[in-house]
Ligand binder design. Structure first.
Ligand code: FES
Length: 64
């Protein structure tokens, strides 16, 4: 699913940026993928995906 239409960035790309490149907030994500740097309408959804991915990832680490 596209989150940032302006830059054709999907939710999977954002998840990968968080997991593989240590992206932890919108500022990091902007630098990594340009998300939110044009119209800005994707910022809230991108933030939610960052938050959810961080939580899921830390839960996984606790179990593993
Ligand atoms: S949809 Fe992401 S900057 Fe426009």
């Amino acid at each position: 699913m596209f989150v940032c239409v302006c830059h054709s960035i999907t939710d999977k790309q954002i998840e990968a940026a968080v997991k593989d490149h240590g992206v932890g907030n919108i500022r990091d994500l902007k630098q990594a993928l340009n998300v939110g740097s044009q119209c800005g309408s994707c910022v809230q959804m991108a933030q939610d995906i960052i938050d959810t991915t961080i939580v899921d990832d830390s839960l996984f680490k606790d179990v593993g």
